[in-house]
Each structure stands twice: as C-alpha cells, then as structure tokens.
Design a protein around this ligand. Structure first.
Ligand SMILES: *[C@@H]1O[C@H](CO)[C@@H](O)[C@H](O)[C@H]1NC(C)=O
Ligand SMILES: *[C@@H]1O[C@H](CO)[C@@H](O)[C@H](O)[C@H]1NC(C)=O
Ligand SMILES: *[C@@H]1O[C@H](CO)[C@@H](O)[C@H](O)[C@H]1NC(C)=O
Length: 281
C-alpha cells in the first residue's frame, strides 16, 4: 500500500475545506500580509539552513509537519536538508491566513522543486507546514530546466481593479483538477491564449502569442480523481495553489498552481512525487 496516512490527511483536508467554505468577500482580508510573509521568510530561512531554529519563534506549540501527503516528524523530512533556493515565489491568502511558496533548488548534487503551504492560526503562529518535495524520480523532474522556465515567466501582481474574484480563481483550478474524472469539466476551464503548462520540467509553451494549454489534457475522464485538495488563493497574484492526492498516478503527492489573467488561465505549474518510488503512468 501507499505510505501516506489517509486518516490524518482526511482530517487535515476536512479542516481546510471547512475554512474555504466560509462566507467571504475578497475585500475583507482577515490576515496581515506582513505577518504571513515574515513567517514564510522564516520557513525559507529554515529550509536554506536545514535547521528549524529560524522558524521556532513562528511555530504554534502543536504545529504539524506534512511532507508528500504524510504527517511526519519535521526532523526526518526535507526541511532538515540545507537547500539554497535559486528561485522563490510566495503567494498569500489573506482570508485563510496561508501562503504558498514555490522553491527551485537547481544544485546538481541535491536538486529539489518544492511547493509549501503554510497555515497560520488565530495567534498568527504557523499551525501547519504542508510540503510537496519533488526530486530525482519525481514526474518529469529536472530542476535545472524548471528553473530556466520559471525565470522566463512574469507573474506580476494584478492591479486591484483587474483582479478576478476569489471564487472564480478557485473554480478554474478545480475544473482543471476535475478533468480526470469528469467528462464535462474541461468545458468549465477558462482556457486562455497564450497559456503555458510547466509540468515538472516539461514546458508546453514556446513563447508564442498563441501558446495553448490544451494539448495533452486528459481524454480519459474515467480515471481516479484528485482528492484531499488543500487550497491557497491569492487574488493579487490571480493564483490558486492546490495540493492533492494524484490518485491516477500511484497515489502520488501533487501540487498544481494556476494563474489567471483577466479571467483566463495563463500559467499552470505542477510538482508530482511518488515518494521513494519513480513516478510512472
Ligand atoms: C493548537 O493550539 C491552538 C492554540 O492553543 C488551539 O486553538 C488549537 O485548537 C490546537 N489545535 C489542535 C489540533 O490541537
Ligand atoms: C463536472 O464538471 C462540471 C463542470 O465543472 C460540473 O458542473 C459538474 O457538477 C461536475 N460533475 C460532477 C459529478 O462533479
Ligand atoms: C480510462 O481509465 C480507466 C481507469 O484507469 C481504465 O480502466 C480505462 O481502461 C481507461 N480507458 C481508456 C480508453 O484508456
């Protein structure tokens, strides 16, 4: 059987979806971006040093560390490897008090592409670190190539009057994630032009104005779905990060991030890891 802790995951995603289902307005931010970013900077400092020390002042006493969909001890995870990021981008969810950070470590000796969702509690302390850590053996993995592609892309903040509603951003990501087990979901994806997917290290774009995200999307809609979804939504970035169990590929741990511009899908980034095994279709 797979190695993730299904019961623990279920609890976690239930808590998270209870939060996302709460009534909201995009304008009623509940968390301070500066506080979120300070905690996230501390997380990145901890990952860079391979030490929990920089994070200690930001952690809730009962915080949980989850890596590749399993709750584990932080002392046995990737967080204890010193990894110097060559690329970092952080998105903030001011309603859920959460952030999503994309890290690329191109070091040939120790390559990683890591996605991390942090969730803060009412006291502004980190209560969950949820990490998808892809490395050699992960789906389409090549950190050097990934770095090259992410550095070409422009993810500029979207001016307030051009931002898409939070619900629309999430719905776009969910419709995309639904394509594996729902025959009509692709009609609900607001495909944009240009649009580019970065799947592991494989890039569907060529920098042309007519780049499309549609080639290679699932044609079999009877596969296992993408479950246990956890969200971080940032209207100013037009983005939603969705972590899930990628059931149709060896129950892999998966991160999908979507960016919308003007209501249309512009970028998709994925990280998919099968733990100690090499990911195969
Ligand atoms: C963790 O501690 C906080 C603050 O004391 C509390 O509100 C929360 O319920 C605790 N969570 C768990 C899972 O025990
Ligand atoms: C399938 O996707 C469509 C479009 O997003 C949605 O309206 C419908 O509810 C979905 N069906 C199921 C069973 O989830
Ligand atoms: C679609 O996926 C299901 C579940 O993996 C599989 O049983 C079925 O054979 C696939 N259908 C096609 C046409 O590949």
């Amino acid at each position: 059987m797979t190695r993730f802790n299904s019961a623990a995951l279920l609890v976690l995603s239930t808590i998270v979806s209870a939060v996302s289902a709460a009534p909201y307005s995009a304008r009623t931010a509940q968390c301070d971006r500066t506080v979120l970013l300070a905690a996230t900077d501390a997380y990145v400092a901890a990952q860079t040093a391979g030490l929990l020390t920089p994070l200690q002042p930001f952690l809730a006493s009962n915080w949980t560390y989850q890596e590749n969909n399993k709750i584990i001890s932080p002392t046995t995870g990737v967080l204890r490897k010193p990894l110097k990021p060559d690329h970092r981008r952080t998105n903030s969810d001011l309603l859920q008090c959460a952030t999503y950070t994309e890290l690329v470590v191109a070091d040939a000796e120790n390559p990683y592409v890591i996605g991390t969702q942090l969730r803060l509690d009412v006291n502004s302390k980190v209560r969950v670190i949820d990490t998808i850590a892809s490395t050699t053996g992960s789906w389409l993995f090549d950190a050097k190539k990934t770095l090259q592609y992410v550095q070409q892309e422009i993810w500029a903040p979207i001016p307030a009057d051009k931002q898409d509603p939070r619900a629309a951003i999430q719905a776009a990501g969910d419709a995309y994630m639904d394509m594996w087990n729902n025959a009509t979901a692709d009609k609900a994806v607001p495909w944009g032009t240009p649009c580019v997917r970065l799947e592991g290290s494989v890039y569907t774009g060529s920098g042309k104005p007519d780049d499309s995200c549609k080639p290679g999307i699932p044609s079999n809609h009877s596969q296992a779905g993408n479950t246990h979804r956890r969200y971080v939504i940032d209207e100013a970035m037009g983005s939603v990060s969705i972590f899930c169990v990628w059931e149709h590929m060896m129950m892999a741990a998966d991160s999908h991030e979507f960016r919308l511009e003007g209501g249309r899908l512009r970028f998709v980034h994925t990280m998919t890891t099968c733990g100690d095994r090499v990911c195969r279709l």
